[in-house]
Design a protein. Structure first.
Length: 318
């Protein structure tokens, strides 16, 4: 067996390889890592020579890990995660929420919550640098599990082992109807009133779809002739008169131009709990809980603070 000295391995080279695997493109990987494409390519070749393994299959239009390369890159990700955990464990003593914080926000929340969140964080955490992304819940939980994100704003509860969470606020739902729809004239509504053929939903994979079905007492898998890919498209479909749906309260901001097309009705018993989710193994847990408490104390207008469980209970750290 060939001896490979540990001194020949560098975390930076492993970062280069992981970036190429993520982006499947040497040029974009170099941009992400802040180096020239030639420099990155040369370091990847040196690492391949050291390991005695070809990590990537390369062509002009195609970059993909070889089978053995995929196995080694997965181990490299674990090495980077362990290195970051060591750095964050050291930061716990000096200011855990300083520096870079990679945050994911579910797509039905991000555009409506983040604009008010950013000034709040800029004032309260001036040393914090944010890297934001939005997506569906499951892809972001996978990113969180693989140490590609530090925190996720999601609708609770979330599934999967190895995550802890803290509730922040309760966001009410409203029913949104085309102005000419018969239900639009009703001053009060029960959830059962919305169980009808005109109910519009988001595509499968959106947690908001499952919440709407559950609140309306409908089966989890209901055939729909028309599904919206995003909350904005769902709103447009309602405005076009295709049907009605449940809309989160924060998504009603800046909709004045739709007043003649869409009527909204409050639903007192319908809401979702927005919370912070992190890896159970993250040494910054105490700081994340305090961060969630701070956000809860600054609940956005139209929402209400979530019930805060006793410290140490499952709701805060389990």
């Amino acid at each position: 067996m060939r001896y490979i000295p540990l001194s020949g391995l560098s975390l930076r080279d492993i970062e280069y390889v992981v970036a190429v695997d993520d982006l499947r493109n040497f040029s974009r990987a170099a941009d992400r890592c802040g180096v020239s494409q030639g420099g990155l390519s040369e370091q990847v070749r040196k690492l391949e020579s050291l390991l005695g393994v070809v990590l990537f299959e390369r062509s002009r239009r195609h970059v993909a890990p070889t089978p053995q390369g995929a196995r080694l890159i997965a181990l490299g990700r674990d090495v980077l995660a362990a290195a970051r955990a060591m750095i964050e464990a050291a930061r716990v003593q000096t200011g855990p929420l300083e520096g870079m914080l990679r945050i994911g926000v579910i797509a039905t929340l991000g555009p409506y919550y983040v604009p008010s969140l950013l000034p709040l964080l800029r004032n309260a955490y001036p040393q914090l640098k944010l890297q934001l992304t939005d997506n569906l819940t499951l892809p972001m939980l996978r990113m969180l599990r693989h140490d590609e994100l530090d925190l996720v704003f999601a609708a609770l509860p979330v599934g999967g082992e190895g995550f802890h969470h803290a509730p922040i606020f309760e966001e009410p739902f409203v029913a949104a109807f085309p102005a000419s729809h018969p239900l639009a004239a009703r001053e009060t509504l029960a959830m059962r009133d919305l169980d009808g053929p005109d109910l519009l939903l988001l595509e499968d994979g959106h947690c908001l779809r499952d919440q709407a079905l559950a609140l309306c007492g409908m089966p989890p898998r209901r055939e729909q002739p028309r599904l919206a890919a995003s909350l904005e498209m769902l709103w447009h479909m309602i405005g076009a008169g295709e049907g009605y749906s449940l809309i989160p309260r924060l998504a009603l901001r800046h909709r004045a131009e739709w007043e003649d097309l869409i009527t909204t009705t409050p639903l007192p018993d319908a809401s979702r709990t927005i919370g912070l989710v992190w890896r159970a193994s993250d040494p910054r847990e105490a700081a994340f809980i305090e961060f969630a408490r701070f956000l809860r104390e600054n609940t956005p207008e139209g929402c209400r603070p979530a019930a805060w469980p006793d410290p140490g209970s499952k709701g805060v750290a389990g």
